[in-house]
Design a protein around this ligand. Sequence first.
Ligand code: FAD
Length: 299
Amino acid sequence: LNAPLFADVAGDAQVSFEFFPPKTEKMEATLWESVQTLSPLAPRFVSVTYGAGGTTRERTHATVARIARETNIPAAAHLTCVEATREEIDAVANDYWEAGVRHIVALRGDPPTAGTKFVSPAGGYENAAALVAGLKRLHPFEISVAAYPECHPDSPDAGHDLDNLKRKLDAGASRAITQFFFEPETFFRFRDAVAAAGISAEIVPGIMPVMSFASVVRMSAMCGTDVPAWMGRLFEGLDDRPAARQLVAATVAAELCRKLYAGGERAFHFYTLNRAELSYAICHLLGIRPDPALEETAA
Ligand code: FAD
């Protein structure tokens, strides 16, 4: 942990990037610029989120299909159980299979009204574990699921949450990507608990570079992530200083990745929020350089 600035990186880190489907032409251009910047880093996969209640069904599909068509990077589609019957979800999954998409990030999803409890729709999948089993019955998809180092808010305790993670992996998922967190010890404690529960699947830390501190505080409150007091102090007074804020955000995320790497982690999943630079800079620090052949494809 005391190694000087990334001196110990050996070029063996693997990354993946998460995007959300754009709403406007301008957002589409920003997303595509980010995909072109990040894809030469040869991520293992890039994934595209699915909006509450299937509101982004077409846009998620279009974004995943475009990435699959125009890059050499495997694209994964997020899929949730919210407000849809099994037949409707299976039809979406079949469309992905036919479009050549082989990787699904299978999630329960949250109710469209924030703060309400998830209720499984009539004829729908009741949770992510059931969705994983349903997808596996349809096609031999590669499946990733969500994991919660600080426990999911719906879970009575960490033990229940781990049992739930195990059910999702036993149903056929091959890896879990974690909710974002800000202290490396949070991840290491979770990693130990996962191993003690007899889970051997890959658990990939989800890294959230802070674009806006206020929105991170809002999202963290909803998903049960602790925002340490030291982070509040670091971002204090930077609301109107975007360049300084970006440097601070890069320092915070880089330090988290450095400690995770020193603690043995080699895979990292970035919540890019469709912006490339912060994730690119952290990948660079982790020793990842663009592949010239992929740069040509992305140009
Ligand atoms: P599940 O694993 O089904 O369950 C969540 C919790 O409910 C469990 O931890 C468990 O405590 C409890 N639970 C479930 N079933 C049972 C049971 N049978 N008995 C007891 N307890 C149970 N949301 C989106 O809408 N779109 C996205 O694209 C999206 N992408 C995400 C990507 C990642 C990497 C992560 C970490 C989250 C993402 N989310 C997304 C958010 C996610 O949908 C929410 O966190 C949601 O509240 C839970 O989804 P899940 O798949 O973890 O649910």
